[in-house]
Ligand binder design. Structure first.
Ligand SMILES: [Zn+2]
Length: 258
């Protein structure tokens, strides 16, 4: 089975001691490609270097809403210059997070909306982070016809999912689906069409139920695949094929050879 981790932070320093082994375990688990989103401008060069070093790693660049204090005046302009110069599969990670302390919603909205507009201009998909802010995210996306992308680590209501589907967005599911008590999330995973699903680990964050409290890594995508397949009552191979195809379509990746 060939899988794509649509969201993992492989450039994170927590992988510095053993990145090659982490990648080897990912491949052994069938993870043939990984999308690595950017968070803050200062880290983009490190992210680029990490992805250059391995043909299975694909960078995205963006300004994450949880790091407002680390973004500066001309970061948006620099993001555009950077994306015009550097190969990238998406704009992100960007979005809205009203769960953080001192969320400064207006500042977040402006930062996010500029990145949505940039993605449309450059014809790139978006990797969207939305926490306690999905309605505000959908409102901004609706203002930008032609925008496309993924709502990563999705955990919205059925109505929000319906609206996001209507906008043509995909849904990234990760470790949270493996938790027994996530019944609301389980119902969503079951209800969405297979064309709207992506798998992600969000490594090193969001460990699944099998590795609670530990550093997450892309090899764990196999556990997420099993959980999604079980919830939907479909063979794992079917989900693997669908999600890999969806990721290739969205991010413009070459489909892996079987
Ligand atoms: Zn992330």
């Amino acid at each position: 089975m060939l899988l794509i981790d649509s969201h993992c932070h492989l450039d994170d320093p927590r992988f510095d001691p053993d990145r090659a082994r982490v990648l080897a375990r990912a491949r052994k688990a069938g993870v043939v490609a990984m999308v690595v989103p950017g968070i803050v401008r200062d880290d983009w060069p490190r992210l680029r270097a990490t992805c250059h070093a391995d043909p299975g790693l694909h960078p995205a660049y963006g300004l994450h809403p949880m790091f407002l204090d680390r973004h500066q005046g001309d970061d948006l302009e620099e993001l555009e210059r950077w994306l015009l110069r550097e190969p990238a599969v998406a704009v992100g990670e960007c979005g809205l997070d009203f769960h953080i302390q001192d969320p400064r919603p207006d500042e977040q909205r402006a930062l996010f909306e500029a990145q949505v507009a940039l993605a449309v201009r450059l014809d790139l998909p978006l990797i969207v982070h939305a926490r306690k802010a999905l309605d505000a995210v959908l409102q901004i996306l609706r203002r930008h016809p032609g925008c496309r992308g993924v709502l990563h680590s999705f955990s919205g209501s059925p109505e929000q999912a319906r609206q996001a589907l209507g906008l043509g967005f995909l849904f990234g599911f990760g470790g949270a689906v493996t938790h027994d008590r996530a019944t609301r999330l389980h119902r969503l995973v079951t209800a969405l069409p297979p064309t709207a699903l992506l798998l992600e680990t969000d490594a090193p964050y969001q460990p699944d139920a099998g590795i609670r409290g530990q550093r997450n890594e892309p090899a764990r995508l196999a556990a997420i695949l099993e959980a999604v397949a079980a919830l939907r009552g479909e063979p794992a191979g079917t989900i693997a094929r669908a999600t890999t195809e969806n990721a290739c379509d969205l991010f413009g990746l070459t489909p892996p050879a079987r």
